[in-house]
Ligand binder design. Structure first.
Ligand code: A3P
Length: 319
């Protein structure tokens, strides 16, 4: 009811005021919650979804750091799970951006609502989030639902994020920081949903603990061999390809439909907007591995390499 919802909002507002804040790369504020830097604008949606979202056993939750392959993973998972509902030639991906088809809990579903209607979504429901593992809604961790995580070389993720921010300067008077300055913040872990190594390690450890529950993917591996990863995702979510589908070239068709070139050139992705202000086109920049060499110095790369090695030491995770 209304008054308990208002009380909940007041509590969150109060909590927000007790937490440390820092200017983000795009001058918008970040707040430090549970040692994670969250965009202040997402604080309420995140905490509300934590409290209210009820995962079901058949749900599929796609989890990422921003700019790590979220859009691609959404397109692939949606196409794999719905291949018997829509033919490839009539795929909703041809008319809708992947972020419309697979909504974020924090940017979309809980953005303005405490109790959104999620009952009528066809099963399996596919949702996404940038939340680190440790602050996921309990029901996601506790139910039988599946989690797919994709991460990416931190240097490419950083470069991709920097360009995304420049593409989507939202506030007129926002002063974008210089690359050096942003890079320094990145190395300190100050970035949306950062530190990046904690984000990766959270899902990595969850995957090691329960590989049936958490699939751990790397962007670079998908770039190298998309077909085997489409099969892997299909098996993981309980929709394996039949021999007949394989013979008919279904995997190749999904791979082509979801390819960078194909999605980038669709009208909806050339002209549309996501949550009002973010250009759909900004989700499709270069789609390459190793573009960081064109933007970062060897010394910067060395700094991240050393940092990553130290943080990942003993975890079995390598980048
Ligand atoms: P670049 O900026 O390096 O090009 P996210 O989807 O998590 O926001 O990540 C965006 C990054 O993924 C961008 O990287 C974007 O170009 C790339 N990308 C988007 N769609 C892709 C696809 N279908 N295949 C490969 N890369 C894709």
């Amino acid at each position: 009811n209304c008054s308990s919802a208002d009380a909940e909002k007041d509590d969150l507002q109060e909590l927000l005021h007790t937490l440390e804040q820092h200017k983000s790369w795009d001058s918008r504020p970040l707040v430090r919650y549970e040692r994670i830097w969250l965009p202040v604008m997402l604080f309420r949606p995140i905490l509300t979804s934590q409290k209210h979202f009820k995962a079901e056993g058949t749900d599929i939750i796609l989890t990422t750091m921003p700019k790590s392959g979220t859009t691609w993973l959404k397109a692939l998972t949606f196409s794999i799970a719905n291949r018997n509902v829509f033919s490839i030639h009539q795929s909703p991906l041809l008319s809708y951006n992947p972020h419309t088809l697979v909504p974020f809990l924090e940017y979309t579903i809980y953005r303005d609502q405490d109790n959104p209607e999620l009952e009528n979504i066809p099963r399996p429901r596919i949702f996404s989030t940038h939340m680190p593992f440790k602050i996921l809604p309990d029901s996601i961790r506790e139910s039988e639902c599946r989690i797919i995580y994709i991460c990416r070389n931190p240097l490419d993720q950083f470069v991709s994020h920097y360009h995304f921010m420049l593409q989507n300067k939202i506030e007129k008077d926002a002063i974008p920081l210089e690359l050096d300055e942003v890079f320094d913040m990145f190395c300190q872990g100050i970035q949306p949903f950062g530190p990046f190594w904690d984000h990766m390690l959270g899902y990595w450890n969850a995957h090691l603990k329960n590989p049936q529950k958490v699939l751990f993917l790397k962007y670079e591996d998908l770039k190298q061999d998309i077909s085997s990863h489409i099969k892997k995702i299909a098996e993981f979510i309980g929709f394996p390809f039949s021999a007949e589908e394989e013979n008919q070239g279904m995997i190749e068709q999904i791979s082509r439909l979801c390819s960078f070139e194909n999605l980038k050139n669709l009208e909806v992705n050339k002209s549309g907007y996501f949550i009002g202000s973010i250009k759909n086109s900004s989700f499709f920049r270069k789609g390459e591995v190793g573009d960081w060499v064109n933007h970062l110095t060897p010394a910067m790369a060395e700094r991240v390499k050393n940092l990553t090695e130290t943080k990942f030491q003993g975890s079995g995770l390598v980048f």
